[in-house]
Write a protein that binds this ligand. Structure first.
Ligand SMILES: Cc1cc2nc3c(=O)[nH]c(=O)nc-3n(C[C@H](O)[C@H](O)[C@H](O)COP(=O)(O)OP(=O)(O)OC[C@H]3O[C@@H](n4cnc5c(N)ncnc54)[C@H](O)[C@@H]3O)c2cc1C
Ligand code: SF4
Ligand code: SF4
Length: 760
């Protein structure tokens, strides 16, 4: 199993941070053969369209190429075939054999040609077929094309030289104008690094289980490859499966069932918590936790513990990887500070003559340097830019004279335009940003993929934003009062008429928006606020889990739209999940402040703590945690920092949804079928960092008792094998559907159920 799944940073044409070096296929984010082939074709077309694409032939140097493709897998072969057809001089270097990844699949493995909706591109053939059939056709295509493929030549180093690259393999050195890197992510089988592992009886792949008969076989590993290998070998051999963990947590449900049967039949012996220390001649030393070292006999051993992520190799080539922190944090912080110092001189009232011009020059110079460092590759500098912008937006949004330094006393006025305060323009900006980036995201996930769920989701987010968080508070509320649409009594009640801002509470529920209940609100708001928080939200959660975050909320909306391009950067893993408990603290803080504020008039003792509590909650939760920090961090940790770690409403809904799930009442869950190929696309694109793949591999239900899923459906949309579906029906009804369809054990693979439930 891959641990570091970060990819090289590439642009829309697959070009990396090194001009002329392109990255495609599995390595460039295409998780299945068909998509890898498509990238191969596209990159060939792109390179061939360049004015200097065909210069090698004219150079007279037979060792010079227009394009060198590294890796002869689905992506690399299609790129090379395409480029050759466009008249480029092309060569392919391949570390092992042609299509080595597929070659390494066990005999007879069926290759799915997913996604079905995408036609196969380029010259390679692709339909659902056994690996042998597929490879036979590919070999014929390659032979007929007379493509120059150098097998057994692995890329070792790459140097940028005048006119292109000097490429060194373990056999030769080539000169080429451009390079396409298509080395996949599974090339380097992981090793145990124990003595004797190099013996010719120890393998890191299982090619043909049928070749082994009546032997003692040792298989090492705890993933699907190891379990499948053990199962296949156990047909004709006695197998011992050694795994360092206490149980198999990443194994397909079906494999677990088969393994259990094989263990019961005595064909496989599993030794958990064990580690191979040494391979000797026919004997392996195995250390078992709590039982010391023992030896076990083997004729052949298979170490199937995954592949080493190619991160180090890629960095050695000079490629920048997603999420790599570059540049100097100190320099970036200093430049941000100098920028703000300049802004203070510009707008504040320091006792220095000519401070305005000097301040402007200083701010411009420091901010310019920050941007320049960013362009030169410093990620810390971009963090500084992002912070300076987010901090400014939220600092001047405060009431006049309450702005944050360096804007105190003048920022709100300076940012007011056409007689409207900055808070108005902030809402306009917010809605516009959501619309522009929302349309882009809807295109990416909805229109381009023909996914109506995503189109409706983005339309809903943008619609809610414009109607409930802009038109109503800024215009409709005032008109409703002016023209008495709300009735004479309310329209003339100063508690109602003069407080347009309370209309945010129409959609924003307690505890996200708890102001509904304090400061002398009209009773209408109190009744509505209580009904929204304690009736509507709980019912919504029952049917849709936390979809409020991904369909309705403005905070979630900005994350889903502006933050969409960075969704893959969401922190993943156990530590990041533990950090989610921070929103419990914010929820309790909101509960405490609410109680204090509601009782402050009745209990004099609570007055001061209530005022202090509200002030600090406003400063920390409503400004820093909801605004400045998350927006600053969008490009670095994805858009869901606030929603995932700090939002008290998200926590409230999480608690409700988790309870409903435990009581068996929830209608919200994600199910998986048995087609997962462990490509990791679902986990990668989950904005709240859920390792969806682990649920898919085990075909385990993903719900709000075991995850903080917000039901955005992106994992369902990106899965190239259509593995994932939202739970459609209450469990009892789902069971009936399965029984009627004769498909017991699987949920119906029909996304239309989703629509059915959503509008229930
Ligand atoms: C268990 C499993 C099952 C799968 N089942 C399916 C399926 O049914 N359908 C489907 O569509 N996809 C499936 N996939 C995914 C599919 O295998 C990949 O998406 C596809 O192979 C990616 O193609 P690629 O050309 O990018 O990389 P690869 O096919 O991995 O090709 C990379 C090539 O580069 C070579 N190479 C590596 N390093 C170097 C180097 N330094 N120098 C030179 N050459 C190098 C390798 O030897 C290899 O030949 C499956 C994957 C796995 C692991
Ligand atoms: S698990 Fe899927 S539906 Fe849930 S939040 Fe992650 S991507 Fe969205
Ligand atoms: S469930 Fe996830 S890991 Fe499995 S095939 Fe789909 S996207 Fe890939």
């Amino acid at each position: 199993m891959l641990t570091d799944t970060r990819r090289p940073v590439i642009d829309a044409n697959f070009e990396s941070n090194i001009p002329g070096l392109y990255v495609i296929g599995d390595l460039g984010g295409a998780p299945v053969v068909k998509l890898a082939m498509a990238q191969g074709s596209q990159v060939a077309d792109h390179i061939a369209a360049k004015p200097d694409a065909r210069t090698a032939a004219a150079s007279g140097d037979p060792n010079r190429y227009d394009l060198l493709v590294v890796g002869a897998g689905a992506a690399g072969l299609n790129a090379a075939l395409g480029a050759q057809a466009h008249g480029l001089r092309v060569a392919v270097t391949e570390k092992n054999k042609i299509a080595n990844t597929i070659e390494d699949f066990p005999e007879g493995k069926w290759i799915y040609a997913e996604p079905e909706s995408v036609p196969a591109a380029g010259q390679l053939w692709l339909e659902g077929a056994s690996k042998e059939d597929l490879l036979e056709r590919w070999r014929k295509t390659v032979e007929q094309s007379r493509l120059d493929i150098r097998t057994g030549e692995g890329l070792v180093a790459l140097k940028k030289v005048k006119g292109g690259f000097e490429v060194s393999t373990n056999q030769a050195t080539y000169h080429t104008a451009r390079v396409v890197l298509a080395t996949g992510v599974r090339g380097n089988a992981r090793e145990l690094h124990v003595p004797g592992e190099e013996r010719d009886t120890v393998f890191h792949r299982l090619y043909s289980p049928k070749h082994y008969r009546a032997e003692d076989i040792l298989v090492v590993g705890g993933g699907n490859s190891a379990v499948e290998a053990a199962l296949a070998l156990s047909q004709q051999n006695q197998v011992t499966l050694s795994y360092r963990g206490p149980e198999f947590t990443r194994v397909f449900k079906d494999n677990r069932k088969k393994l259990k049967a094989a263990m019961e039949a005595g064909r496989i012996r599993v030794i958990f918590r064990s580690q191979v220390k040494r391979f000797d001649d026919g004997m392996a030393a195995l250390e078992v936790e709590g039982a010391g070292v023992s030896t076990i006999k083997f004729h052949h051993a298979f170490v199937l513990i995954g592949a080493d992520p190619p991160a180090e190799f890629l960095r050695s080539l000079g490629l920048r990887l997603e999420g790599d922190w570059t540049g100097s944090p100190l320099l970036a912080s200093a430049l941000v500070l100098i920028t703000f110092l300049g802004i203070w001189l510009l707008g504040g009232k320091p006792p220095v003559a000519g401070h305005n011009a000097a301040g402007a020059a200083l701010a411009l110079a420091a901010f310019g340097s920050l941007v320049y460092s960013g362009v030169r590759g410093s990620r810390f500098a971009w963090l500084g830019v992002s912070f300076a912008i987010a901090y400014t937006i939220y600092s001047v949004k405060q009431a006049e004279n309450f702005e944050f330094w360096p804007y105190r006393g003048w920022g709100a006025r300076a940012f007011a335009l056409f007689g409207r305060p900055w808070s108005f323009w902030y809402t306009v900006l917010y809605s516009l940003v959501m619309t522009v980036f929302g349309i882009q995201a809807a295109k990416r996930w909805g229109f381009d993929k023909g996914d109506r769920f995503q189109i409706w989701r983005y339309a809903s987010l943008i619609g809610f934003q414009w109607l409930f968080f802009f038109l109503i508070p800024e215009f409709l509320f005032q008109w409703a009062v002016k023209y008495q649409w709300v009735g004479h009594k309310l329209a003339t009640d100063p508690n109602f008429a003069g407080q347009a801002w309370r209309s945010y509470g129409i959609i924003y529920a307690w505890p996200l928006f708890f102001y509904t209940f304090f400061g002398g609100p009209s009773q209408v708001w109190i009744v509505w606020g209580a009904f929204l928080a304690f009736v509507i939200i709980p019912v919504l959660v029952l049917f849709h889990g936390k979809r409020y975050c991904s369909w309705i909320c403005g905070c979630g909306g900005l994350a889903e739209t502006l933050g969409d391009r960075w969704r893959h950067l969401a922190p993943k893993g156990k530590t990041s999940r533990r950090w989610e408990s921070m929103n419990t603290v914010v929820l309790w803080a909101a509960v405490a402040v609410t109680i204090l504020m509601l009782t402050r008039d009745a209990v004099t003792l609570f007055r001061k703590p209530a005022d202090i509590g509200l002030e600090y909650y406003h400063l920390f939760a409503d400004t820093w945690l909801v605004g400045i920090l998350p927006v600053t961090l969008y490009p670095f940790f994805g858009g869901k920092v606030w929603c995932r770690y700090w939002c008290p409403l998200a926590k409230f809904m999480q608690i409700l949804s988790g309870l409903y799930t435990r009581w068996g009442a929830s209608r919200f869950a994600i199910h998986s079928n048995d087609k997962c190929i462990a490509c990791g696309e679902c986990s990668r694109n989950c904005q709240v960092g859920i390792d969806v793949m682990q649920f898919a591999l085990k075909q385990e239900e993903l719900n709000n008792a075991n995850s903080s899923c917000i039901g955005c459906g992106i994992c369902v949309t990106v899965c190239p094998m259509d593995v994932l579906t939202f739970s459609a029906l209450p469990r009892s009804a789902a069971k009936l559907v399965q029984i009627e369809s004769g498909d017991v054990g699987k949920l119906p693979e029909n996304r239309d159920y989703e629509g059915y439930v959503f509008w229930l």
